[in-house]
Design a protein around this ligand. Structure first.
Ligand code: SAH
Ligand code: SF4
Length: 402
């Protein structure tokens, strides 16, 4: 299924109007103050708009009926609550949904696209959101890593991914069972959020922090921080800071147990080697059995999947309350690796399990729509690049990608 929407301006400025999504309460109050709202009314107005945006799911002022009609009109003249356009929605045979979202270029024109993925499971629904367009890091097994960083996402653009997902799965109060999404009610809930889409979230710390605080706000979207997981390739100095200032769950893209190999697979390891990374994990605030750190380990055939690697993994993580996620490598066109054989993954998992880790092998989801880990964005960049090349609009080579 494909939904194509008309492209209109989705920048912080919506035409002449400022979009209020992603501002914290102080930022909202500033905007209202500039508009001339009296100091004594500010808190009330902020709460009304906050509730409208994040509890009701309003994308305009009309439904926020706690505010008088006249005031709603004044607000609508200056401000917008509109979402960016979804340029494509794809649904996998396994129910995974992927949305391609068109960003603004900051001047009112249309900019790059990002991807957001929703993975419904029996007992939960996980939304995988992006923090950057592209990535500055260059992990060679990751498709996103073959693209240059285009830019950091604004807090607004991170929050919008959650709003759009809720719009599309029909999760706002009052959404009827017969709404456009067709999702059965039991499958609708977005219970968990993972920052595992495109980009390295700790290299966009302030915006990701502001967005997560909004997503977890108890008077708004109300997702518990225990159900938000930030995945990092291991930006050591920012890990402790994230724990102290925000304190969500943490996932570490480990992928290798020796520095020599990790230098190659996760090149940021040259700056922050394994020992330093694990020390940052040991001292992550609040780490205990109930709040374990997830270690992600992508299974690359003949590269990091020996049984010795499995034993070393167990030895390395001793003493850290940990979960281990073995991720079958998701191939992409031209990728230099292959996924480990299934028997090898099972033998590897057996060693990890025997050491006391309940380590589910993560079943790849949404592979048919290129929505699985490490597959994001590139296909759409490539597709569009080749379309543009066909149209003669840009010379080949201008769009990064493999
Ligand atoms: N930059 C962050 C978060 C985004 S990547 C990080 O690296 O942690 C999310 C997860 O997908 C990471 O564990 C990453 O290593 C993994 N991944 C990337 N490419 C993959 C691929 N082709 N197959 C399987 N997992 C992949
Ligand atoms: Fe960036 Fe993470 Fe991909 Fe590495 S695995 S290139 S850090 S998105």
């Amino acid at each position: 299924m494909s939904v194509t929407a008309p492209i209109h301006d989705i920048s912080g400025k919506d035409g002449e109007r400022t979009n209020l999504i992603g501002l914290d309460r102080a930022g909202l109050a500033d905007e209202l103050r500039k508009m001339g709202v009296a100091e004594r009314a500010l808190n009330m107005r902020v709460s009304q708009i906050w509730h409208g945006l994040y509890v009701q799911g309003a994308s305009g002022f009309e439904p926020i009926t706690t505010i008088s009609k006249e005031m709603r009109q004044q607000l609508a003249e200056r401000f917008s609550l509109a979402r960016p356009d979804i340029t494509q929605e794809q649904i996998s045979i396994d129910g995974t949904r992927k949305w391609l979202i068109r960003l603004s270029d900051g001047t009112g024109g249309s900019g790059p696209e990002i991807e957001t993925v929703y993975i419904p499971e029996e007992s939960r629904g996980t939304l995988c959101i992006s923090s950057q367009v592209g990535c500055t890091l260059t992990c060679p097994f990751c498709h996103t890593g073959t693209q240059k960083l285009v830019r950091n996402l604004e807090a607004r653009e991170i929050v919008e991914q959650v709003l759009i997902a809720r719009d599309r799965v029909g999760e706002w109060p009052g959404a009827s069972a017969s709404d456009q999404t067709g999702l059965p009610e039991a499958e609708r809930k977005i219970t968990n959020i993972v920052l595992m889409g495109m980009g390295e979230p700790l290299y966009n710390f302030d915006n990701v922090k502001q967005a997560v605080e909004i997503i977890c706000d108890g008077d708004g979207l109300g997702v518990s921080k225990r159900r938000v997981t930030l995945s990092t390739s291991g930006i050591v100095p920012e890990i402790g800071r994230w724990g102290a200032e925000v304190g969500t769950m943490l996932a570490i893209s480990l992928h290798a147990v020796r520095d020599e190999l990790r230098d190659e697979l996760v090149p940021i390891n040259r700056k922050f080697p394994i020992a330093e990374l694990l020390e940052a994990c040991r001292t992550y605030p609040d780490v205990r059995n109930a709040k374990r750190i997830t270690f992600e380990y992508v299974m690359l055939k003949g590269v990091n999947d020996s049984l010795n690697d499995a034993r070393e993994l167990v030895r390395l993580l001793a003493g850290i309350p940990a979960k281990i996620n073995l991720i079958p490598f998701n191939p992409w066109p031209g990728s230099p690796y292959e996924c480990s054989d299934w028997e090898q993954i099972e033998a590897f998992a057996e060693i990890v399990n025997r050491a006391g880790y309940a380590s589910p092998v993560r079943t790849p989801r949404g592979r048919d729509i290129m929505a699985a880990c490490g597959q994001l964005k590139s296909a759409s960049v490539k597709e569009r690049a080749s379309q543009r090349r066909l149209a003669g609009a840009v010379p080949s080579g201008e769009v990064s990608g493999p």
